[in-house]
Design a protein around this ligand. Structure first.
Ligand code: TYM
Length: 332
């Protein structure tokens, strides 16, 4: 092992990815990959808290793996794998479930939201979801978890569970910290900028799918909801403009201030077109790499198979330690 710190993060394969996933998570992963030991996982087991069509789930899982790599994450340098390939995640989740409380789980915003949306399928997986996520993270001695702002609460419960376990059994788990980027941490819907950009938005104009084509991206930005003023400044109450400024500065790496200055005196129409164009330019290399990987599925397969092997090795070590501390008799 080297002396770099460890990163773990993941994305569910419950649908296609959006610009929110890209700016809140993927882009930061690509930026951090050379300075940390990175493990990136497609968390397919988390996806089944919502009913999935089996063929679509298989397709999405592969699509997301390819998008990880298309976003610039090097498949040889980093460990990229599929959660259901490493059984230790489910095994540790059982253990940690016995050290998690109903009260803290029922306070999770994501559970409250999701159980509010799917009345007919409020399954227990939806409730215990944060325990599986804690297991994902804690199995790999993770220092840092790069995520969007919406995952902060899940990181907090992960830390609480780890600290609780450590207080009983000694220093078993490393306590992870979230890494939330300054810009892009919360990309909002283009049609209702008071809501998070999400693939489950009923209005397709609300989100940019990472694999939308250039014309679609431009069209959606041109339709983006703004306000009745005509001033491109970041200010409370200007949710639409704030979101566009945030997106523009995230994809161009300019500060919000620089962007405001650049568009001073310009109209909203011109600004929306500029944001659309900047996003298209940012995504072009992702699209090209994605196409390339789609023609090289053998390589993609090799990456996730090797990834699972490396991840299993690390995860088994942690699981063994946990079992020993608890008092389970070693099988071998
Ligand atoms: P998920 O699959 O909903 O989203 C994946 C990542 O994308 C970020 N994100 C956003 N960031 C900015 N603006 C948005 N509109 C936006 N929408 C999504 C999320 O913050 C996340 O970083 N519970 C996790 C998946 C997970 C996980 C893990 C993450 C399972 N185990 C272990 C990290 C570590 C989730 O549902 O993310």
């Amino acid at each position: 092992m080297n002396d770099k710190q460890n990163i773990f993060s993941g994305i569910q394969s419950s649908g296609f990815l959006t610009l929110g996933n890209y700016l809140g998570a993927l882009r930061n992963w690509a930026k951090l990959q050379h300075d940390y030991n990175c493990i990136f996982c497609v968390v397919d087991m988390h996806s089944i808290t919502v009913r999935q069509n089996p063929a679509a789930l298989r397709q999405r899982t592969l699509e997301i793996l390819k998008l990880y790599m298309a976003s610039g994450i090097d498949g040889d340098e980093n460990t990229i794998f599929i959660q259901s390939h490493v059984s230790a995640h489910a095994e540790l989740a059982w253990v940690l479930g016995c050290y998690s409380y109903m009260g803290e789980l029922s306070r999770m915003t994501q559970f409250k939201e999701k159980s509010g949306n799917q009345h007919e399928n409020i399954n227990s997986g939806l409730f215990t979801y944060p325990i599986l996520m804690a297991s994902d993270i804690l199995l790999y001695n993770t220092d840092l978890v790069p995520v969007g702002g919406d995952q902060k609460q899940h990181l907090e419960i992960t830390r609480d569970i780890a600290q609780r376990f450590n207080s009983i059994y000694g220093n078993v788990f490393k306590i992870p910290a979230p890494y939330i980027g300054k810009v892009g941490a919360r990309i909002m819907s283009l049609s209702d900028p008071t809501k998070k950009m999400s693939k489950s938005d009923e209005n397709v104009n609300g989100y940019i799918a990472l694999l939308d084509d250039a014309d679609t991206v431009m069209r959606k930005f041109k339709r983006a909801v703004t306000d009745s003023e005509n001033e491109i400044v970041f200010r409370e109450g200007k949710d639409g403009i704030n979101n566009l400024l945030n997106i523009y500065s995230a994809v161009t790496d300019e500060t919000i201030k620089q962007t405001e200055q650049k568009f001073e005196g310009k109209g909203y129409g011109e600004f929306k077109t500029a944001v659309g164009e900047a996003v298209v330019e940012c995504l072009r290399p992702v699209w090209a790499k994605y196409r390339e990987l789609s023609e090289n599925i053998d390589y993609v397969e090799e990456v996730y198979k090797q990834g699972a092997e490396k991840a299993s090795h690390l995860a088994e070590r942690t699981l063994k330690k946990v079992y020993k501390k608890i008092g389970f008799i070693p099988a071998r």
